[in-house]
Write a protein that binds this ligand. Structure first.
Ligand code: ADP
Ligand code: NI
Length: 220
């Protein structure tokens, strides 16, 4: 990577670290840190070429237009543009980063564009990997707690499908979230390495759930 690109990444890292410093709903800086590392790690395994700069920038910026930080899609896009515009990057590089971040962020929402670049697929896989496994369990519990939700309610059944609004504002328990989203993520991985990384994490969640139900009634 060129020196100038490395400098842009360092500045972007600082920008994002400041932005996410105090988030207790699962979007803290360490989530971004992991998504970036996972994306880099998986990029190294790709048989074809990967633009490392686009991949790392998109990973760092991927949660900037999140609805917890900005009011709407337009504001999220503006925030990203304002940040990227100061660097006079080649137009197509800037557009690639923007496209990945904007289409990754509004999952379940109106935005259902398929990410077709390898960089986009890698960042999407990385973000999904960080939602599963031991980290995924911890983030789900933290997110549920931040919304004042229960860990579990045996009378409640997970919903098979729901709108983005329901998903965000519903009164789901943390355990319901596993069935509504987390256990499905393994089969949505784009890349071969993503699938491999997801498998171990998926099995860990299944083991966790088994143990959780064993302990639930306090009988053993
Ligand atoms: P990201 O943008 O990083 O993919 P989200 O904003 O969708 O993640 O969610 C942040 C974290 O909170 C994730 O670990 C996610 O699984 C969890 N989460 C999101 N929605 C719910 C929910 N309805 N119940 C419990 N946890 C949730
Ligand atoms: Ni994320």
């Amino acid at each position: 990577m060129e020196k100038q690109q490395e400098e842009i990444i360092a500045l972007t890292e600082q920008f994002v670290a400041d932005l996410f410093q105090n988030d207790a709903s699962g979007h803290d800086w360490w989530h971004i840190h992991r998504v970036r590392n996972l994306a880099k790690q998986m990029a190294a395994e790709e048989p074809g070429p990967v633009n490392a700069f686009v991949c790392e920038m998109a990973a760092l910026l991927h949660d900037v237009p999140d609805d917890k930080l900005v009011k709407n899609a337009a504001e999220g896009e503006k925030r990203l543009m304002d940040w990227l515009n100061q660097f006079s990057l080649p137009k197509e590089i800037q557009e690639q980063i923007l496209f990945i971040v904007l289409n990754l962020s509004y999952k379940g929402g109106t935005n259902k564009v398929q990410l077709d670049s390898i960089e986009g697929m890698l960042v999407q896989d990385a973000d999904r990997l960080d939602a599963i496994g031991a980290i995924g369990i911890a983030r789900t519990m933290a997110f549920s707690g931040s919304r004042g939700r229960l860990i579990h309610d045996p009378s409640k059944k997970p919903r098979e499908s729901m709108s983005y609004e329901e998903y965000r504002s519903g009164d789901d328990t943390a355990i319901m979230h596993f069935y509504e989203k987390l256990l499905k993520l393994k089969d949505t991985m784009n890349t071969q390495t993503g699938k491999v990384f997801a498998q171990r994490r998926h099995e860990y969640m299944e083991t966790f759930l088994e143990e959780f139900y064993l302990e639930w009634d306090g009988l053993r």
